[in-house]
Design a protein around this ligand. Structure first.
Ligand code: GLN
Length: 241
């Protein structure tokens, strides 16, 4: 078996090392003897969506998001088609915001892909903190770091998780991110997947099942270190509430 991972616009969308998520996909496939290929698509490159099993859209500053917006317009129809057919996507922070209808910054409105019915508005106060979530997709809580000026209104979309500690989509709703088909959009930056191998395996399994059949299951990996770190973080932030 083999999965092809498309890294979209790493020249513009790669804040706080979002690329580490790609390495995590690759390593966890290799550890199970499954082949992985990574294709970085720089801004302006032609993207063959039919060749891709997983897409990573990372985070970026408002300025970079504005530049990316022009490239996204060109691939919008194909991207929507990919998602509707069950293609796997992990979109982080700026990339998450761009899955929606628009991101309204102080100066302008950046048009998004319109894949999900969410919209984001910039506010002066940035939301910067560690974050802990409970997602219905996993037993183990999700831990991470957030740093965004945007507040995302997810309307009636399904949230990725309920915020146990931190801010999430908008400080108020107590929800974080969205899940739509095989897409996860989240504000959790940087080493999201290495810290949360349950999310990595979930996305890998969805991609393998789409390609090779619903019966495909990934072999368990020990993940002792990750589980201990997760327990520690969850306990630390629970104590701070
Ligand atoms: N520019 C966006 C914001 O500040 C996204 C930032 C990011 O990707 N960290 O809300």
């Amino acid at each position: 078996m083999k999965l092809v991972i498309g890294h979209l616009y790493p020249d513009l969308l790669n804040l706080y090392g979002d690329r580490g998520n790609i390495q995590c996909f690759v390593k966890r496939l290799e550890w199970r003897g499954i082949e992985a290929e990574v294709i970085p698509y720089l801004s302006g490159d032609e993207i063959d969506f039919s060749a891709l099993d997983i897409i990573l859209l990372g985070g970026g500053s408002d300025r970079e998001q504005e530049i990316v917006c022009a490239y996204l317009k060109e691939i919008k129809a194909e991207f929507i088609d990919y998602v509707e057919q069950g293609g796997v996507v992990l979109a982080v922070c700026g990339g998450y915001q761009l899955l929606g209808k628009y991101y309204k910054t102080k100066e302008k409105t950046i048009e998004g892909l319109g894949i999900v019915d969410i919209s984001t508005k910039w506010e002066e106060k940035r939301l910067v903190d560690n974050i802990v979530l409970k997602s219905e997709l996993f037993d183990m809580p999700v831990t991470g770091f957030e740093n965004h000026g945007g507040r995302t209104d997810i309307g009636s979309c399904t949230p990725f998780g309920k915020v146990l500690y931190g801010n999430g989509n908008d400080e108020k709703s107590e929800y974080e991110g969205i899940v739509y088909k095989n897409v996860i959009g989240t504000y959790l930056h940087g080493p999201l997947l290495p810290k949360n191998p349950q999310i990595c395996d979930y996305l890998l399994e969805r991609a393998l099942q789409k390609k090779y059949g619903e019966e495909v299951r990934l072999k368990e990996l020990p993940d002792e270190m990750e589980k201990n770190a997760n327990d520690y973080i969850v306990k630390t932030y629970a104590d701070m509430l």
